[in-house]
Design a protein around this ligand. Structure first.
Ligand code: PSU
Ligand code: MN
Length: 307
């Protein structure tokens, strides 16, 4: 059956058919991850960084019930201005949003789904969801991990925030057969900081070797993606004690208020941001730009593997 819900922008369509490298970008980071207007400015800077590094950006979102692979600047402005009023759309949300012709900000999960539908293999973002602290009783495990287990897209991120249980997140990914790569590091980065104390599966130091490993995975027909964790550049990283204190406070407050389900991650992210002021926003912007750069180079290297 034809997928009449997918809408690929003319620029992305042309790039894909001409065999140019394309990098997918998520929209939850725009609508829910940063305040307006920094969210829109950052999204446009990320797109420009991808272009500067030789690839074509495809910002992904659900708009008016269409699964968009490639948003216009006006659509990015719309998603950024509407902010939290845009539904945070995970896998379970797509059927009803699409049938109703509504909007959705795509998480890592739904960005992977739509990227795969469009034929895009590399995706850059900030942080992924994972196993929450206390998940042994709440069962709060992000759908992002299940998506990495089944959808063939390489996700380039700065690790995961320690709002999560990073040890359990790695155990889950191991069970699901998802390779966790450290880019230029043996240690899983923790988003705002370069260190978590947990090891990754493999250290890889070049975009070419990232591409070769993912190409091999695809060529073997092994389902699922690959997680590349790229540490925040040293000069933008935050002091671990400042960030950990903010995270502990945010978690304590979410427990007091009984926050649960899809509200948990946005609540914790917003709280950490409030507690750390503008510093964490500046770090967040820089690490996303850093991931966009690596994703563009890796998408280009992956094209060479296909030749
Ligand atoms: N973690 C971050 N930044 C983010 C998110 C998570 O450090 O922006 C967003 C991403 O869109 C991710 C989603 O896919 O939250 C995960 O939400 P949940 O934990 O509800 O699955
Ligand atoms: Mn959850």
């Amino acid at each position: 059956m034809m997928n009449n819900y997918l809408s690929i922008s003319p620029e992305v369509k042309e790039a894909l058919s001409a065999g140019k490298p394309v990098v997918a970008l998520e929209s939850t980071i725009i609508s829910h991850g940063m305040p307006y207007p920094q969210n829109v400015q950052t999204a446009l800077r990320v797109e420009q960084t991808i272009r500067d590094n030789g690839a074509v950006p495809a910002t992904i979102a659900v708009i008016g019930g269409k699964l968009k692979a490639g948003c216009t600047n006006d659509e990015i402005e719309y998603l950024g201005k509407k902010g939290q009023a845009v539904t945070k759309a995970s896998r379970r949300d797509l059927p009803v949003l699409v049938a109703r012709g509504e909007d959705g900000a795509t998480t890592v999960t739904t960005t992977m789904i739509i990227a795969a539908m469009a034929g895009i293999k590399v995706f850059a973002t900030g942080g992924i969801g994972g196993v929450h602290r206390g998940a042994e009783t709440t069962m709060d495990i992000s759908a992002d991990l299940e998506e990495l287990a089944q959808t063939p897209v390489m996700v380039i991120c700065a690790g995961a925030k320690s709002i999560l249980d990073l040890g359990l997140t790695l155990e889950y990914l191991e069970t699901k057969g998802v390779p966790v790569i450290g880019y230029g590091t043996d240690e899983l980065p923790a988003f705002y900081t370069r260190h978590s104390g947990f090891g990754v599966d493999y250290r890889i130091d070049t975009p070419e070797e990232l591409a070769a490993a993912f190409h091999a995975k695809l060529a073997m027909g092994l389902k699922g993606g690959m997680l590349v964790t790229n540490p925040i550049p040293e000069q933008y990283s935050m002091p671990a004690d400042v960030i950990n204190k903010a995270i502990d406070e945010a978690i304590a407050e979410s427990q007091r208020l009984g926050i649960h389900g899809k509200a948990t991650t946005p609540f914790l992210l917003a709280k950490v941001k409030d507690l750390t002021g503008g510093d964490s926003l500046a770090a967040n912007i820089e690490l996303v730009l850093n991931n966009a750069r690596l994703a563009a180079l890796t998408a280009a290297a992956l094209k060479k593997c296909d030749q």
